[in-house]
Write a protein of this length. Structure first.
Length: 189
């Protein structure tokens, strides 16, 4: 008995969810086809029924992760614009640091992206520009340069908080970065 198109789409969705989590948790190079398929409850042999190659899976899984990140930012909007405080609280939070697999792909992959394919770097570039535009919307005056600095502060802070083995230092990194980001909010939205 064959699978229906709906079942195939559901299986593909599970693979993308699991692969995007694995990429954010362990990095791009660590993603294995067999593990991605097994974690989605599928066999390794079913892989090519869903994806042309491992690289194609990686690109689609990263697209999925970036779409999730955008949706989380959209959810923070009130009155059409997310406040800088709401964005900063969502990113510079211990829960976000602890959940790399469910968090922002840019925060998770920024350090290794320079070694990634041009497709992946292009996606992360577009996401960085989009993230910067969303931050600029939240700033009085819409200052793009300040917004880009805030994005860099957020991404760097999350990466650094994940890198250190001292919980108090990690909390201090997050709190200090939050204060620095909020000092840029002249409009106090």
């Amino acid at each position: 008995m064959g699978y229906s198109q709906a079942q195939k789409a559901e299986s593909r969705q599970r693979v993308l969810e699991n692969a995007s989590r694995q990429i954010r948790e362990n990095g791009i190079d660590a993603l294995g086809v067999a593990d991605a398929m097994r974690s989605a409850g599928l066999t390794h042999g079913a892989f090519y029924g869903h994806f042309a190659s491992r690289d194609a899976l990686i690109v689609e899984a990263l697209e999925y992760a970036l779409t999730q990140s955008k949706a989380r930012m959209e959810a923070r909007k009130k009155g059409g614009v997310a406040s800088l405080k709401a964005i900063a609280e969502g990113f510079l939070d211990q829960r976000h640091v602890d959940d790399a697999g469910g968090g922002c792909a840019l925060c998770a992959l920024a350090g290794e992206a320079r070694y990634a394919s041009s497709d992946i770097r292009a996606m992360l570039t577009r996401y960085t520009r989009d993230f910067t535009a969303r931050i600029a919307e939240s700033l009085s005056g819409g200052d793009e340069k300040a917004a880009l600095g805030i994005v860099a502060t957020i991404v760097g802070a999350v990466a650094l908080a994940r890198a250190v083995d001292d919980d108090e230092l990690a909390k201090s990194i997050l709190a200090s970065s939050f204060a620095l980001v909020m000092s840029q909010d002249g409009g106090g939205q």
